[in-house]
Design a protein around this ligand. Structure first.
Ligand code: DUC
Ligand code: ZN
Ligand code: ZN
Length: 486
């Protein structure tokens, strides 16, 4: 008779397609059996009345990035991954950033060293800030090593790529087999609006949303979709904030393009009004794209249900509020344009989606599993090892109490940021136990995993990054060949 290392007994298992009663048998860090009344185990978890779900896969989170001027990330790999685990997440993909003017390898070496303190498994996106010949020459080797996703920005002074640079990265990604992720906002338009607002003396945090209206995001989405279509490269659009950009994406998908997209908790929970708090308080909510309207918030659920937005990530940005290395880097009277962007959220991502989605009846449980774990794992080449409860998958599992009510309090979270934008929000449903490769890393809010147990997960070529084979003219500009049937 098989002896398991661990059996999770009596729970309700949910996958991206099914919900069923089963015990989960684990051996050597893997799921080895699913069924009723599994046999002997060295350790057991009683999961009666609980949901047994794949551990979350958070494919957009900022962890221990190098300082930007005086701004420093508050989290280390150790604190960020502990926080992720406490929130039911078992794999993260943060960002290794190319230093402007430099190549990528030194940053990547350094980032791998920092990540050795992770408590859960991880992979990396490579942020390309400067697609110089030297940087582009390194990329095929780095992609081959398993770094199969790149991120580019269409805004921010020190990171923006113009259309020609964007095309270069897209073409290389297609040649080498990598997914290009995009921060889509129109840089020149934002600079123009920011300057005009500052000239008019309108510099408080609430004007961040005026400098970045939805049109700048919609335009950039449309543009990058068009550029990707020209070279037939699959893309993934990050942090979609509302209806107009989501409609651009849906149109592209309906035309058969490989355009994928995500949204994040802040766009389901916040509006531009949150930036309009007394004093500097609004800076806590300042993120890009900016939070939109109540109508956008509500409509995003429809795009999550119909698959236009197939991934739900945190975009965890660990900037402290009351800190000269965080939101207050230039003091409390500083204009919105110098406040670091982003909100923290590794630990609250899944409780928010579960509570606002499943408990509130907006999405069903398989949809929750798909958005939080299975789809991101598939889209980024981690599936079926990650994001699945299936025989042979890593035993990355979160055991949820669907009825537990928790009032979110920053004091109870495990990140090193001094605030959450969800302070006092009550959620229904909470992950009580998290396992990574069969080891309990969080038990009832207590971190029991150790830093350094997480492993880098290299990614091989996979289906989502394959081109469609369709071109806008009878010529493929990447291969230089004339093609038929376009
Ligand atoms: N974009 C991100 O992806 N994260 C934080 C800030 C930003 O603008
Ligand atoms: Zn971004
Ligand atoms: Zn981000």
């Amino acid at each position: 008779m098989t002896e398991f290392d661990l059996v999770i007994r009596g729970g309700t298992v949910a996958t991206a397609s099914d919900v069923f009663a089963a015990d989960v048998g684990i051996a050597n860090g893997l799921i080895v059996a699913l069924g009723r009344d599994l046999g002997v185990a060295r350790q057991e978890i009683d999961a009666r009345g609980r949901l047994v779900l794949p551990g979350g896969v958070d494919t957009h989170c900022h962890i221990e990035e190098p300082p930007a001027g005086k701004v420093r990330n508050a989290d280390t790999f150790s604190s960020a991954t502990a926080s992720a685990a406490a929130g039911g997440t078992t794999t993260v993909i943060p960002f290794c950033m190319q230093e402007k003017g430099g190549v990528i390898t030194p940053s990547l070496r350094d980032y791998h060293r920092k990540a050795e303190q992770a408590m859960i498994d991880y992979s990396f996106h490579l942020i390309i800030t400067d697609p110089s010949d030297a940087a582009l020459a390194e990329l095929p080797g780095l992609i081959e090593e398993g770094h199969r996703s790149l991120k580019i920005f269409l805004t921010y002074d020190n990171m923006v790529l113009d259309d020609a640079e964007t095309l270069k990265v897209l073409a290389l990604a297609r040649r080498c087999g990598a997914l290009v992720c995009i921060h889509a906002e129109n840089h020149a338009a934002i600079a123009f609006l920011t300057e005009a607002l500052e000239r008019a003396g309108l510099t408080q945090p609430k004007y961040h949303a005026w400098a970045k209206p939805v049109a700048v995001e919609r335009e950039a989405c449309h543009r990058v979709i068009s550029l990707a279509e020209l070279v037939d490269t699959p893309i993934h659009i990050f942090h979609v904030s509302g209806v107009e950009p989501a409609e651009e994406i849906r149109r592209a998908q309906q035309r058969g393009l490989k355009v994928f997209a995500e949204t994040c908790p802040q766009y389901l929970m916040l509006t531009a009004d949150d930036l309009d708090k007394p004093g500097f308080e609004g800076a806590k909510f300042l993120c890009s794209p900016a939070p939109r309207t109540q109508a956008d918030k509500e409509a995003l659920w429809g795009f999550l249900r119909d698959g236009t937005l197939s991934v739900f990530s945190s975009d965890h940005a660990p900037n402290r509020f009351d800190d000269r290395h965080g939101k207050k880097v230039e003091g409390e009277d500083a204009p919105f344009s110098v406040v670091p962007n982003g909100v923290p959220g590794l630990e609250t991502r899944l409780p928010i989606l579960f509570s606002e989605g499943v408990s509130s009846g907006r999405i069903d449980l398989p949809n929750f599993v798909a958005l939080s774990a299975t789809n991101p794992a598939r889209l980024f080449g981690l599936h079926p090892r990650k994001g699945a409860i299936a025989v042979g998958a890593d035993a990355d599992i979160a055991i949820w109490n669907p009825d537990r009510k928790v009032k979110i309090r920053n004091a109870n979270l495990h990140h090193q940021v001094d605030y959450t934008v969800y302070e006092d929000v009550e959620v229904t449903g909470w992950p009580e136990i998290t396992l990574s490769r069969g080891e309990i890393v969080c038990w009832e809010g207590e971190i029991v995993g150790h830093p350094g147990r997480g492993r880098f997960v290299p990614r091989a070529p996979y289906e989502h990054i394959a081109p469609t084979g369709r071109f806008v003219t009878p010529f493929d500009p990447v291969s230089g060949r004339t093609v038929k049937g376009s």
